[in-house]
Write a protein that binds this ligand. Structure first.
Ligand code: MSP
Length: 523
């Protein structure tokens, strides 16, 4: 079982391009695992509690529950529009999640992992946390990332994080598969070094924050939003759930067949939330080392020039509007094509248009058009394996084998960009082959009938393979191509079936229709 979760998105605003990237990437990874013939489960959702939500709702003069319902709908609508198909949907106001968080809190309380103390210190309203001296910048101030910082004295509940940091350091050092990409490990270990000896404040007094999950053993407090949110990865997987809760069976999702669950997150929430708090929370709950999830850390889409894409800088990119303007295929393709998983990239509309027009409309579109149209016109839509093979035919088949292997190696590492590049390489090879073989010339002399059939077969077979390989990224376009080729439903074709001869001798293809209309930019 491949169990994949994404971060759950804050519902204090509308979804932006960063949210869309992460969900599309997860959707692509899940569809690929299924293409590999594996069982897979995809959980995503929304983070609905916390001070930011309470504040925004107050500003808008509505109850936080009404407010989050409204914003949650925007996320749901966007995922539907972008073809993000999840199996489980996590909302942190769901009573089943609340029950799970409270049962975990009770268990931790009973095992002595929680205690109450008074603390006086600097508090960041934006990040909803107390700050330490190590959070000051070189000039001794708390930087703008913390927003408004006030001094408060408060009695709160704490989780004995410091009891688990030695274990965590050892665990991270000895399990290189847990943090991917590997270069993020050093960042985590450094942060861990700095946090040794500190515990985690997991409560907020109700006078300050009411919009949260009440502590089951102290009704004056609600749970710190991160402690609540992180638990979604297990609560919606059925951890501590009643059998009739309508949730999956935890043992059938979590760490099945020795494979760690994968938490896909952005680089900004590795430290401290996932890399330190979450892993220590699981350890405190009694999860064995083999049952600790893998953290797959993706990079950021920035605005051109490297600035942050954020509401405050006015650099917001609306995925919903982009999908309307350029189409879902162009947006999905760009989001996973022009960024290497783990690294950052600059969001650039010109590149979105250029990549779609070059790799899909021109190269792939051209290949589909040649393969399908010429087969209809010259061989009445019937494909023949043909013989004998020339060096050009053999080189085309070798190119497909190489591209498919490179695609698989990249996709196994969640490196979608290089996988797409590999498909594109073969498509370009095919167009070069078509130009050299000139089927339109071969058609002029009936003596070339067999050679013509062989050439067209090589082109059509390549389109069939490309449709299957592209299906995780462009499921709708791939299904259209498959339908035009009269292939069986793509869900029944697995990666292992991809060998030469997918289209049988004598196969009749369907009616060709362009799938990737060029994006035309009006001046
Ligand atoms: N609610 C928390 C996560 C809790 S998980 C238990 C949160 N929410 S968020 O809405 O701010 O971010 C959701 C996800 O989007 C995170 O993984 C974050 O890294 C990702 N991104 C936010 N901005 C992004 C970009 N500009 N680019 C890529 N991903 C980005 O954090």
């Amino acid at each position: 079982m491949f169990y994949l979760t994404t971060a759950i998105d804050y519902t204090n605003g509308a979804p932006h391009i960063g949210h869309a990237y992460e969900k599309v990437l997860a959707d692509v990874i899940i569809r690929y695992r299924r293409l590999r013939g594996e069982e897979a489960y995809f959980l995503t959702g929304v983070d609905q509690h916390g001070q930011k939500v309470q504040q925004t709702a107050e500003k808008e003069g509505v109850h936080p529950a009404t407010f989050v319902k409204r914003t949650t709908r925007k996320f749901l609508k966007l995922w539907e529009k972008l073809g993000v198909h999840y199996d489980g949907w996590a909302e942190t106001t769901d009573p089943r999640h609340i029950a799970c968080v409270q049962s975990i809190l009770n268990a931790l309380q009973q095992s002595g992992q929680l205690y109450k103390k008074t603390h006086s210190g600097h508090y960041s309203v934006r990040q909803e946390q107390f700050l330490q001296d190590r959070d000051r910048d070189e000039s001794g101030n708390f930087g703008p990332q913390w927003g408004e910082v006030t001094v408060i004295e408060e009695e709160n509940w704490y989780f004995r994080l410091s009891d688990h940091t030695a274990w965590l350091k050892d665990f991270i050092e000895n399990n290189p598969d847990v943090i991917t990409p590997a270069f993020r490990k050093a960042e985590l270990l450094n942060a861990l070094e700095r946090s040794i000896g500190t515990d985690l404040c997991i409560s907020r007094p109700k006078e300050r924050l009411r919009w949260g999950i009440e502590l089951p053993f102290d009704s004056n407090y609600v749970t710190y939003v991160w402690f609540d949110a992180l638990i979604n990865y297990i609560s919606f997987a059925g951890y501590h759930a009643a059998p009739d809760a309508g949730l999956p069976d935890f043992d059938k999702l979590w760490n099945v067949g020795g494979r760690r669950a994968t938490n896909l997150i952005g680089k900004d929430i590795l430290v401290p939330a996932h890399g330190i708090y979450w892993l220590c929370m699981l350890h405190a709950m009694g999860f064995a080392d083999a049952h600790i999830p893998r953290l797959l850390v993706h990079g950021f889409w920035n605005s051109k020039g490297g600035d942050k894409l954020s509401k405050s800088t006015g650099n917001i990119v609306d995925p919903d509007a982009l999908a309307d303007t350029f189409g879902v295929d162009a947006l999905r393709y760009y989001l996973v094509r022009d960024i290497v998983t783990g690294k950052d990239s600059d969001f650039d509309l010109e590149r979105l248009i250029m990549l779609f027009n070059t790799e899909l409309a021109n190269e792939l579109g051209n290949l589909c058009n040649r393969a399908l149209n010429m087969s209809q016109r010259f061989t009445a839509g019937i494909l023949h394996h043909g013989a004998p093979l020339t060096a050009d035919d053999e080189a085309l088949q070798a190119s497909l084998t190489e591209s498919t292997a490179a695609y698989q190696a990249a996709m196994d590492e969640c490196d979608v960009s290089h996988a797409l590049e590999a498909i594109s390489r073969h498509v370009v090879h095919c167009n070069g082959y078509a130009e050299r073989m000139k089927p339109w010339e071969l058609n002029k002399d009936p003596a070339n009938a067999e050679r013509l059939a062989t050439v067209l077969y090589h082109l059509a077979e390549s389109v069939a393979h490309a449709a299957v390989l592209l299906s995780p990224v462009l499921p709708d376009a791939a299904a259209k191509l498959a339908a035009q080729l009269n292939l069986p439903s793509l869900t029944t074709i697995k990666l292992a079936d991809l060998r030469w001869g997918l289209l049988p001798d004598g196969h009749a293809i369907g009616k060709p229709k362009p799938v990737f209309p060029r994006i035309v930019v009006e001046e």
